[in-house]
Design a protein around this ligand. Structure first.
Ligand code: PEP
Ligand code: MG
Length: 592
């Protein structure tokens, strides 16, 4: 009765906000399960026709993927389009295709059903292994298979392909996204995303923040609560997904956005100021980037250079970007763009949740403890030297520093520097210009490196503390596993103690130290980092001015005392309560 006039009921799902912003649009569900095609038996005479139908669907899918690839390449750049090479490979995988054709001959059932069964079997077996590498492959297969099934179901063009490219601006809701998935999202169509899996320091979340896409992770029962086409509001500040928002909710959000606008306008006045504590201690506030497309935004926010350029997306997203020339051009472009500041180019940090299928033909049993960062670079010296050459060439165009990720022992630092010296020697012989005083740094993100920081400091010019990993390895908590997310505690006294000791070791040895993990952008923790006497903070563009404001209201002495006090706490909750009180006292407007 009266169903046309009834308002749909508002429903709320609480997750973790990982990229701020509020967006409202239609829900676009990329479900984990395909819509099951019916199983129909067919007469023998239909088999050739069914085969032809299958091949047509494959051809159409190939064309759609290529078209998307070109579209993404022209709108977002080649580095975002490489994922589609992987999709084309999946599409043409003969293990799946041959099996479908064999079953068609033998069982004489409709090809949609057979293709569904075979691909579903692959996806399920990959998912069961629960390895991030295989999970990434499962998502690729799922994406491609759903395109093929759609083409088998609706041979007429115009319906728009499935996958992560809806026909109109939407909010993407899905079980999980890989970092490459996220990097290739079409921002004109995907206004925000929410996932069931994920965490604030997964690289998908980091990329979402870089691309300024509001995002929420760790949402449960997504597929049960939301239906395709629902009106949804995504609140990346508070980690909320609101389905069918009521008029009252919309009014509340309009007020919230207006208040946010006032705070933002006030923060913009800090854009050209230095970052200094209330008692005059100067901190360098730099930005983290993954793509050169972020440079205008980063400069707009008043970054003092780039404190972390994650270069692995060259390797993950498009083969043609990996050449020495393309890299040298790109790094040089960044160096020029941030002049008079500098850029810290981090060498390749493949591994963990950023797996590169070409190198990882054998799945990693334990990717976060496996072949990652400097380990992989030292095992592939030619590839590593290509990157070092490119960085050195760029150093002739502006202030460039080199940084090695995932260092666990001194020998790795020494070996990396030896390779760098070989490249420098080749340049000297060939008369190629580069900055002879180029600074070299080590990332301190593994507890073993933190504990021998005194020794490592003697071999490098600076440290950058990668707290995303330092927390993960100190607390033995997988940074992308939402089940243990509550145990992932940057404010844990053990982590804070390591940070303080690394900074002291660096200063004892006359080198400077920055923090480039997500902790650096969390204004609740800023007092502790100032108390630890870090020299630089490198944060995502969206956090820059907030951190500048927080630093400007803090006194070094007060922060040092606070750090000493919290280091006597046994509970992270006590540490965080102190942090909240301090932030509330000095910058309440940033705590929303
Ligand atoms: C870190 O570990 O803190 C870091 C900055 O590097 P990534 O997040 O890329 O591992
Ligand atoms: Mg790291």
């Amino acid at each position: 009765m009266g169903s046309e006039t009834e308002q749909p009921v508002e429903k709320r799902l609480q997750g973790t906000g990982v990229s701020p912003g509020i967006v409202r649009a239609t829900a676009y569900l990329r479900t984990t399960d395909f819509e099951e095609p019916e199983s129909r038996t067919i007469p023998r005479s239909m088999v050739p026709k069914e085969k032809a139908r299958f091949h047509e669907a494959l051809t159409r899918t190939r064309e759609q993927i290529r078209a998307l690839q070109q579209e993404i390449e022209s709108t977002l750049g080649a580095e975002h389009a490489g994922i589609f090479d992987a999709h084309l490979l999946v599409l043409e995988d003969s293990t799946v295709l041959d099996e479908v054709l064999r079953l068609l001959e033998m069982e004489k059932r409709s090809v949609d059903r057979l293709y569904f069964e075979v691909s579903q079997r692959y996806i399920e077996s990959l998912r069961r292994i629960a390895d991030p590498y295989l999970r990434e492959r499962a998502i690729d297969i799922e994406d491609v298979a759903s395109r093929v099934l759609r083409n088998l179901r609706s041979p007429e063009p115009g319906e728009g392909p499935p996958g992560i490219h809806p026909g109109k601006p939407s909010i993407l809701l899905t079980h999980d996204l890989t970092p490459s998935d996220t990097a290739t999202l079409n921002r004109d169509l995907i206004l925000g995303f929410a996932t069931e899996a994920g965490s604030p320091t997964s690289h998908s979340a980091i990329v979402a923040r870089s691309l300024n896409i509001p995002a929420v992770v760790a949402l449960h029962d997504l597929e049960d609560v939301v239906h395709p086409g629902d009106d949804v509001l995504l609140d990346g500040y508070h980690g909320l997904l609101i389905v069918n928002p009521s008029a009252e909710t919309l009014a509340q959000y309009a007020r919230f956005s207006a208040e946010e606008g006032i705070v933002d306008a006030d923060l913009r006045s800090l854009r050209d100021l230095e970052t200094v504590t209330a008692d005059g201690r100067r901190i360098v506030l730099a930005a983290n980037i993954e793509f050169t497309s972020e440079l205008p935004q980063v400069k707009e926010q008043g970054a003092e250079g780039i404190g972390l350029y994650r270069t692995e997306f060259f390797y993950l997203n498009a083969e043609e970007l990996r050449s020495e020339d393309r890299q040298a051009e790109n790094y040089g472009e960044v160096a020029e763009a941030v002049h008079p500041h500098g850029v810290i180019v981090r060498t390749l940090d493949i591994g963990g949740d950023k797996l590169w299928p070409e190198l990882f033909d054998e799945p990693e049993p334990n990717p976060f403890l496996g072949w990652r960062g400097i380990r992989l670079s030292l095992a592939q010296p030619e590839m590593f030297k290509t990157q070092l050459r490119a960085i050195l060439r760029a150093s002739a165009r502006g202030k460039v520093r080199i940084m090695f990720p995932f260092v666990s022992c001194l020998n790795e630092v020494r070996e990396a520097i030896t390779l760098l010296n070989e490249v420098k020697h080749d340049f000297d012989v060939a008369g190629i210009d580069y900055d002879r005083g180029i600074e070299v740094g080590a990332m301190i993100e593994i507890p073993s490196a933190a504990l021998i920081a005194d020794q490592i400091a003697k071999e490098v010019d600076f440290f950058s503390i990668g707290t995303n990993d330092l927390v993960q390895y100190t607390l033995a908590v997988d940074r992308v596993n939402e089940r243990v997310a509550a145990l992932y505690q940057p404010g844990h006294p053990a982590v804070l103690r390591l940070i303080r000791d690394v900074v002291s070791a660096a200063h004892r040895n006359g080198i400077w130290v920055g923090i480039c993990g997500e902790m650096a952008g969390d204004v609740l923790l800023t007092p502790l980092l100032i108390g630890a006497e870090v020299d630089e903070l490198s944060v995502g563009a969206a956090q820059l001015l907030r951190v500048r404001r927080a630093v400007s209201r803090l006194h070094s002495d007060e922060c040092r005392t606070m750090l000493d006090e919290v280091l006597t706490c046994a509970l992270t909750s006590d540490v965080m309560a102190r942090c909240r009180t301090m932030a509330q006292l000095h910058y309440p407007e940033l705590l929303r």
